[in-house]
Design a protein around this ligand. Structure first.
Ligand code: SF4
Ligand code: SF4
Length: 429
């Protein structure tokens, strides 16, 4: 590097500079030298300050809303799609390339639907994904109703950079579960599964909960499903936001709540993606069941007719509901998201009832969680006492319910709704 003001530098300093330069030039010839290592670290540190790395802990890619099941409570709103279209590989790939162009590294990249195994071009997509060095681990999430094609399994065989992740919805909904898992294992594919005794979080309908910004921030802060989702060329905070926007279930989602991957240049995308991790809340939080707590429901109940759980859905549609009095440990959201991602199914409304995987903190109670009135609930959730207090008595909404057991040390309450109870009486007669 030519000296700009050599006259200002003493001959001793010039000699020192020449010596260091010669040393570094020599060091660069040998990448195993200590000098090279030190120089590399120095440059990396400088670069990180000028151009910090953007590492995404977890992101989901929805390749098509087509699904073999029609779960009444699908948290990704797949039940609201009428005649969903199959994946267009080139279109999906344009989202992926735009996204990867803007980030440095992705730790877990989930391929999901709907049911991704319905997509004929999935093996080709997988092949392209495996060729991306920025992707650390690629997971294909399936509801275990379809046997994966050998073409896909051969690609994934003996490759620990990718895995099949199967939900376990029980023998009634997914009778081929065991056979499918065994087949994948025989192909030496890394398989991740869930225990069958799982419940889902009831994420409710899309109605306006009339939350204040502070209440939305509290909801977002304790959200276990805040997991980042790519759909329709957009990068969203969660699948709920992405699909509710696409389906028009939530109107006027503001631009800052998502990144339109194809409409921006790489640098702007990068800035916008980074900014999303600093968000306090998104509009969808005002339309989300997490505003009133974590209510457990049985998983994968199949809807016979098109779902009624849209914007004007009946909130009492579930036969039974359970409420966990507890909260997620406050802390690093990225860490929470990564933990949830390792246990959840495509619905992302799923909780392993062992509760350990979700980091549920049994010693802390949020009294607001079970309050039936959204406004009152949110006000309580917003107060600092909501996270600190540990009331001994059951919260108001749990009072009329029966404790049916404990989940990971948390009390679980359940009730049968009056209208469904009447129906079952009628049937018996
Ligand atoms: S929860 Fe999963 S299996 Fe059920 S409809 Fe949604 S995507 Fe399909
Ligand atoms: S809408 Fe908000 S609270 Fe609900 S899942 Fe998405 S980020 Fe979480």
């Amino acid at each position: 590097m030519p000296l700009k003001y050599p006259q200002l530098i003493s001959p001793e300093m010039q000699a020192q500079y020449a010596y260091q330069k010669a040393k570094l030039t020599k060091a660069l010839e040998r990448t195993d030298s200590l000098e090279f290592e030190m120089l590399y670290r120095l440059v990396a540190r400088e670069m990180a300050q000028v151009h910090p790395a953007l590492i995404i802990p977890y992101v989901e890619l929805c390749i098509s809303p087509q699904c073999t099941l029609r779960c009444r409570d699908c948290a990704n709103f797949m039940q609201h799609y009428h005649k969903p279209q199959p994946m267009d590989l080139e279109q999906v790939w344009s989202w992926v390339t735009a996204f990867l162009e803007s980030v440095d590294h992705v730790m877990t990249f989930r391929v999901m639907g709907g049911e991704p195994l319905m997509q004929k071009q999935l093996p080709e997509l997988m092949q392209r994904l495996l060729a991306q060095p920025k992707l650390q681990h690629i997971q294909v999430v399936s509801n275990a109703t379809l046997m994966p094609k050998d073409e896909l399994l051969n690609l994934m065989s003996n490759n620990h950079r990718c895995s099949m992740f199967f939900s376990n919805y029980g023998p009634k909904v997914a009778p081929r579960y065991q056979e499918i898992v065994k087949h994948c294992q025989e192909h030496h594919v890394l398989v991740e599964t869930l225990r069958p005794d799982i419940s889902w979080f009831d994420m409710g309908d899309c109605s306006d909960r009339h939350l204040t910004p502070e209440q939305m921030a509290a909801t977002y802060q304790r959200c276990p499903n805040n997991c980042r989702h790519i759909w329709n060329g957009e990068f969203h905070h969660c699948p709920r936001s992405a699909h509710a926007k696409y389906l028009g279930l939530i109107k006027d989602i503001p631009e800052q709540d998502y990144v339109p991957l194809l409409a921006l240049d790489a640098e702007t995308r990068r800035t916008r993606i980074r900014k999303m991790y600093d968000a306090d809340y998104i509009k969808a939080c005002n339309h989300c069941g997490f505003a009133t707590g974590f209510h457990l429901i049985p998983c994968a109940i199949q809807a016979e007719k098109p779902s009624r759980r849209g914007p004007h859905a009946d909130a009492n549609a579930a036969d039974t509901s359970a409420t966990v009095t507890g909260t997620l440990k406050q802390g690093n959201q990225a860490e929470q998201s990564a933990q949830v991602s390792s246990t959840n199914t495509p619905s992302m409304g799923l909780v392993d009832t062992s509760a350990t995987a979700l980091n549920l903190n049994s010693s802390v109670y949020i009294s607001a969680l079970n309050n039936p009135t959204p406004t009152a609930t949110s006000a309580a959730a917003n107060s600092s006492a909501a996270t600190a207090a540990a009331p001994a008595a059951a919260p108001a909404a749990v009072a009329g319910m029966k404790q049916v057991g404990t989940v990971g040390g948390l009390k679980v309450y359940a009730q049968r709704h009056a209208n469904n109870h009447k129906k079952s009486k009628k049937k018996r007669r």
